[in-house]
Design a protein around this ligand. Sequence first.
Ligand SMILES: Cc1cc2nc3c(=O)[nH]c(=O)nc-3n(C[C@H](O)[C@H](O)[C@H](O)COP(=O)(O)OP(=O)(O)OC[C@H]3O[C@@H](n4cnc5c(N)ncnc54)[C@H](O)[C@@H]3O)c2cc1C
Length: 479
Amino acid sequence: MTVAARRARDVGTWHDEADVVVVGFGAAGASAAYEAATAGADTVVLERAGAPGGAAAMSDGFIYLGGGTPEQQAAGYDDSVENMRTFLTAACGPEPDLEKIAAYCERSLEHRDWLLARGVRFLGTVFPHANGTSPVDGEGLMFTGGENAYPYDELATPAPRGHVVQDGKPGGAVLMRLLAEAAEQAGARPILDTRAERLVVDDEGLVVGLIASRYGDEFAVRARTGVVLTAGGFINSPEMVAQYAPGVRVTALRLGTDGDDGRGIRMAAALGARVKRMDAIECALPFNAPRSLVHGIIVNRHGQRFVNEDTYMGRVGQTSLVHQGGEAYLIVDEEHYAPNWLGIHASWVCETPAELETEIGLPVGSLVGTVAYFNEHAERGDDPLFHKRAPVLTPLRGPLAALDLRASTFIYAPFTLGGLDTTVEGAVRDLDGEPIPGLFAAGRTTSGVAAQGYCSGLSLGDSTLFGRFAGRSAAGVKP
Ligand SMILES: Cc1cc2nc3c(=O)[nH]c(=O)nc-3n(C[C@H](O)[C@H](O)[C@H](O)COP(=O)(O)OP(=O)(O)OC[C@H]3O[C@@H](n4cnc5c(N)ncnc54)[C@H](O)[C@@H]3O)c2cc1C
């Protein structure tokens, strides 16, 4: 199905019309619809599925918030807008969107209150160790981006910012129930089972609506003030993945829904919209629970370490997938070995590094050298290559086990971060960097706060915050 825009004069019948037309009733769409409707705009939300939710409803419900939230304070952590900005600028790079990061940090406390006003509840207890979405025992806060690991612990004061939505699991389902209810109570009208196919423009290039498909029939919706694209990313478009993020091809799992087919991005691109960082992906590699496994070292097919094992597991996964082709092995000694929390056991167990490298098929002497070098420094409490810290920095002793972390075997859970280039306010930029009149976007249809680096919670965080901004902009009011 083509995505080329249609001229308004070629639309025979408008089947519906509103001031603001939102495409996609997920995290960004519900937030946009709520704000547009609250600003007084007649608002419709088209959703291709039979219910609101999107990937957000499947998610763990981590929302990245900081700057000194009451939950952070209750858990005994100091944070400030500046501290959060320093961390995100380093962790989301290279070349992150500094304007979006600034707005994200400055509005974080206000956004938390906005979420609470919609019925979301957070908790001020912390799981102090893990760097990622490992299982939590009911705690409300986690380190979800490597804040407490090198190099970020030296750049900014470590503070946990992954706020977990309470009152049910997964937290994302609770979040989406609340946001969808809020949007509808504010007056937004959902039109379900309706898939947006292409935009409609007038003769001056103003976006004035879109053509959708509803039960096999064409469904044209006119937008009096703006269209907001919040249709998710493109992790489930094999063509776009092959074109932009080919590293993902080796993973069996994709984090997203069928709606993450890139259609929102392509509809806008057909109108000359600029895309940004289309190669960027987040990829969780949930190896790091139980925590004792972090005492191990992760090596590539050359038997060499390539990452700090104690950093955020999304960073480990991204590094492994993008830079090592998804070929990695976790080497852990007897004292610290336990089956992974997903029930995954060691694939190889040997008395010595030499035997283990042979069993795995690593180059002769590679693992022997890596373990000797690691142990020599770990004895002194030092990790000159990747700066893993005590207490998880311990020499590897005695029999060694290896977990097979290859993407063909283990769980890699990627989703895309690239998308439309938008302003903080949600306007979609054209190839010259100018706003395309009448067109707005947010969420994973856009490139957001995370440029290349990612922290769990940033996607729900920037989808809801910048979704709000885009909804207000489309309604003609300041975000
Ligand atoms: C298992 C899992 C766990 C996750 N955990 C977290 C987490 O803890 N924290 C976090 O920040 N992120 C998490 N994520 C990522 C996060 O859920 C998504 O990145 C986020 O939902 C993006 O929001 P969105 O509004 O852009 O997209 P979505 O929430 O997916 O909403 C997009 C909506 O648009 C609809 N749509 C798509 N195309 C069309 C079309 N052409 N016409 C009409 N409707 C359309 C879709 O059906 C969907 O409802 C997780 C994802 C998964 C799958």
